[in-house]
Design a protein around this ligand. Structure first.
Ligand code: UDP
Length: 478
């Protein structure tokens, strides 16, 4: 590898591990494949032990921007999305100051979707600006088209009788819209529209998907496509994914015993259950999930968080807080559940080494909140999903996975609308591991493996995502 690294790229990550992890991974690609110097500006929540570990273990140079003081700017009713937008707005002066002083002078600034307020700073400093959409192209389409929907549609989106049409893309069912579109009078909706308006002002978009997975939407978004025509959007859209972690670096004794347990299980026989970095369930839902897992008689690894009644994203800023605050699971799991399932299931408090788990040959299914990071980690390791969306854009992800791509089973009713009962969980868990009721294949595992192969191809030298990232790198190099 050349020692002289001339091209310097700055990546900006908003708070939340689901934002930080993919940003760092993109940074690593630029370091490894293009020999760039990469700085990650991470606006951090600083409440999470896991966040600190990830920052410390990154191969990129990290500048940590502590989350600004939000006193007086948000109130306790403001949800995660509003908090994120306000944090990023408040961090703009710090971002500007760093960008104007940092050496060597950066050639490009790449922001995540909550960092779009920094695009004008890059312009001012004569630096190229890109938006990295760590999610998929269909969500991107909805975000950039939302300002048009705002003009066209009256009343709440969730009350619409028909799906929301986006030129050149599959329509979005009203119940699937992203959280920011659930209440048009809420502050997070206004912030969301601003993001949709700012994205096309960048010099280009990097999306964590690949051509072969989402060709139709990508074509619609690109110059000449129906959506880009409708928006008069002329910036290039690069599908550079799947960008995800190869494996965790840390080893711990709990992880070693987990891997040892997995080693003892049959291939593709264990279902992994996790709701991402921020997901939480109600008390009643946790009990049903526990009993459903038990009734399925399948082996499982479950990342358990204390139940919360009023919110499904309660752990967003705090997950993996500290070892001493680990949850006392016996308090809220059904009586006797822990001892009855000791031989067939493992309970991991708060945070697990997810990539290590998903890579293990014993894992045969993933009951997931469908965060895009988790989704990609599952698919690229050949693991079929049970879609259990909770918040953000996860309902769209679940629909994409279960209905368009055929990579997941899903519940009959959205888990955010109604408690999923133990019998339904039992059936889904059994089916994802064993195929359908008659032991016949439901085709999901085969399609996941095919998609896994297509992802490998896209990333390998000459593959679509490899070429797309090389094109971006070339433009940045100038
Ligand atoms: N993750 C993990 N251990 C956990 C929960 C999550 O390593 O116990 C990682 C997961 O592998 C993924 C990220 O955290 O890389 C979560 O991102 P995702 O997009 O799936 O969902 P989000 O947390 O943003 O909702």
């Amino acid at each position: 590898m050349e020692l002289h690294k001339s091209t310097h790229v700055v990546l900006l990550s908003s708070p939340g591990l689901g934002h930080l992890i993919p940003t760092i991974e993109l940074g690593k690609r630029f370091v490894h494949h293009h020999n760039f110097q990469v700085t990650v500006l991470a606006v951090t929540s600083q409440t999470s032990k896991t966040e600190t570990e990830i920052l410390n273990s990154s191969l990129c140079h990290i500048i940590d921007i502590p989350s600004p003081d939000l006193t007086g700017l948000v109130n306790e009713n403001n949800g995660v999305m509003t908090r994120l937008s306000v944090m990023m707005s408040e961090a703009v002066p710090a971002i500007k100051s760093i960008l104007s002083k940092i050496t060597p002078r950066p050639s490009a600034l790449i922001v995540d979707i909550f960092g779009t307020e920094a695009i004008p700073i890059a312009r001012e400093l004569n630096i190229l600006s890109y938006v990295y959409v760590a999610s998929h192209a269909w969500v991107l389409a909805l975000i950039v088209y939302a300002p048009v929907l705002d003009e066209k549609i009256e009343g709440e989106y969730v009350d619409q009788k028909e799906a929301l049409k986006i030129p050149g893309c599959n329509p979005v069912r009203p119940e699937d819209v992203v959280d920011s579109m659930l209440d048009r009078n809420d502050r997070k909706y206004k912030e969301f529209l601003k993001i949709g308006n700012r994205i096309p002002q960048s010099d280009g978009l990097l999306v964590n998907t690949w051509e072969e997975l989402q060709r139709k939407v990508l074509e619609a978004l690109r110059e000449g496509g129906l959506l880009s025509k409708a928006l008069n959007m002329k910036i290039p859209v690069y599908a550079v994914g799947p960008i995800e972690r190869e494996s965790e670096l840390e080893t711990s004794s709990s992880n070693e015993s987990l891997v040892k347990w997995l080693d003892e299980q049959r291939s593709e026989s264990v279902v992994y259950v996790s709701f991402g970095s921020g997901g939480t369930l109600s008390y009643e839902q946790m009990r049903e999930l526990a009993l459903g897992l038990e009734m399925s008689e399948q082996r499982f690894v479950w990342v358990v968080r204390a139940p919360i009644e009023e919110s499904v994203d309660a752990a967003f800023f705090t997950t993996g807080r500290s070892e001493s605050e680990e949850v006392e699971m016996s308090k809220y799991l059904p009586e006797g559940f822990i001892s009855r399932t000791r031989k067939v299931g493992l309970l991991v408090p708060e945070w697990a080494q997810q990539v290590t788990i998903l890579k293990h040959r014993s894992i045969g299914g993933f009951l997931s909140h469908c965060g895009w990071g988790s989704t990609l980690e599952s698919v690229t390791n050949g693991v079929p999903l049970i879609a259990w969306p909770l918040y953000a854009e996860q309902r769209m992800n679940a629909t994409l996975l279960a209905e368009e791509l055929g990579l997941a089973l899903r519940t009959a009713v959205l888990p955010t609308k109604k408690v999923v009962r133990r019998e339904e969980i039992e059936h889904m868990v059994r089916e994802i591991i064993q195929g359908d009721e008659n032991g016949k294949s439901n085709g999901i595992r085969e399609r996941v493996k095919e998609t896994q192969r297509s992802a490998v191809k896209a990333l390998s030298e000459g593959g679509s995502s490899y070429v797309a990232l090389s094109q971006v790198a070339k433009i940045i190099e100038g």
